[in-house]
Ligand binder design. Sequence first.
Ligand SMILES: Cc1cc2nc3c(=O)[nH]c(=O)nc-3n(C[C@H](O)[C@H](O)[C@H](O)COP(=O)(O)OP(=O)(O)OC[C@H]3O[C@@H](n4cnc5c(N)ncnc54)[C@H](O)[C@@H]3O)c2cc1C
Length: 405
Amino acid sequence: MSLYDLIVVGAGPAGSGAARTAAKNGLKTLLLEKDQFPRTKLCGGGVTPKVLKLLDFNLPDELIERKVNSVRIHTTEHEYHFEKSATIAYMTSRSKFDHFLAKKAAEAGAELSDANPVYRIDTLDSRVEVRTRSGIFEAKMLIGADGMGGPSAREGKFYDRWKPDQVAYAIESDLPVGEKAVEDFVGPQQYFDIYFGVSAAGYGWIFPKDDHLTVGIGCKLSSLRDARALFYDFVKQITKLAGSKIPKPQAHLVPIGGAAIVPLVRDRILLAGDSGGFVEPLLGEGIYFSILGGQIAANVCTEACSSNKFDSQFLTKYEALCHKAFLDDFGVAYWLARSSYLEEDNMDLFSRFFLGEKRVQECIIGLLDGSVTYRGAQRKLSLPYFKYRLARLAMPFYSKRSLDA
Ligand SMILES: Cc1cc2nc3c(=O)[nH]c(=O)nc-3n(C[C@H](O)[C@H](O)[C@H](O)COP(=O)(O)OP(=O)(O)OC[C@H]3O[C@@H](n4cnc5c(N)ncnc54)[C@H](O)[C@@H]3O)c2cc1C
């Protein structure tokens, strides 16, 4: 049996990003994927411009179903429009996007084996042993990029399971409204939509694609009551969607990055992507951080192979690099998410006194297009947040006066 330098488990953005980088660095790399490509993956498919900067190849035009420049932010009482000239997000279908990234990993020299689920991982003194339906594979190291609930975190004993307040429950459906209706929906400004106040501790979205709209709603799992009812109520309130066919929604868990920092390394094993909790908690962006984390993991594995050091002590370098690159920002983004909607029980008040502020809306757009940093956002939002907290404290007084009047 041949010994690989690296086995990557899971060919989502994290796994394919890692496998391509490792193969380009000269590591003998095996990329194992449970499903057969092209496979479906529940996701909004919104790819921000910074993702393109991470890739050392262009995304072909046929993968980009729509480019959006503008956003409508809906709160309980108002609708705010932001028009930008540059693209804020590229709308893709994950089945095609992920298949393309996996092919790019293979093109760089990684051996891709799909329809081959991993069910057991053993760390031995001199190697990692991986059991799949088609046999046993061995490598010096392993990157676990198998998403939420994949085997790497469990088998590697990284953590037990995510707690309900550390994950969001996201439920989504593709509404086949047709190309003309999508055109009307986005308008000449190419809008997409975000809805606050449609769920406790969460928000909704409408992402326009070529001939359909991806409509979803996400909510912290610990605040969730009836997800399907929440989803249908959300769709029903959007008048433009009245009468549209709504295919049965599907749901998936998403880690709320920053809500828990899990260990990312054990001897010979590193976690990347959702399995390591690499989703930005304010806006829910995961694709960028998965690819970036996967690339960083592959570079650390390359160093480990050349220096023959595979112990967790050496590999903690990976944790430090991830913190510097994005995990420290997640701490700030988590604070922003908690201060804005994640722990908010009075969205009416919140919409009026916080989201209604122009400075707050500009910050949200700036975070989306990358022109505002998380630390910058924290500074900019402190004053509006303070004003909102004051309004909240004064509310019983105002309510009583308005009752007395
Ligand atoms: C409803 C929803 C909407 C979202 N919208 C967006 C968005 O618009 N933009 C954005 O940036 N992020 C979005 N996200 C987050 C994003 O989807 C994830 O952060 C991202 O997919 C994580 O990539 P990953 O490679 O870590 O994991 P995944 O994409 O989940 O890939 C993991 C891979 O591992 C494979 N696997 C699992 N188990 C095994 C096994 N036993 N053996 C072998 N392979 C295995 C899986 O089949 C899969 O291919 C959304 C998430 C949800 C749920």
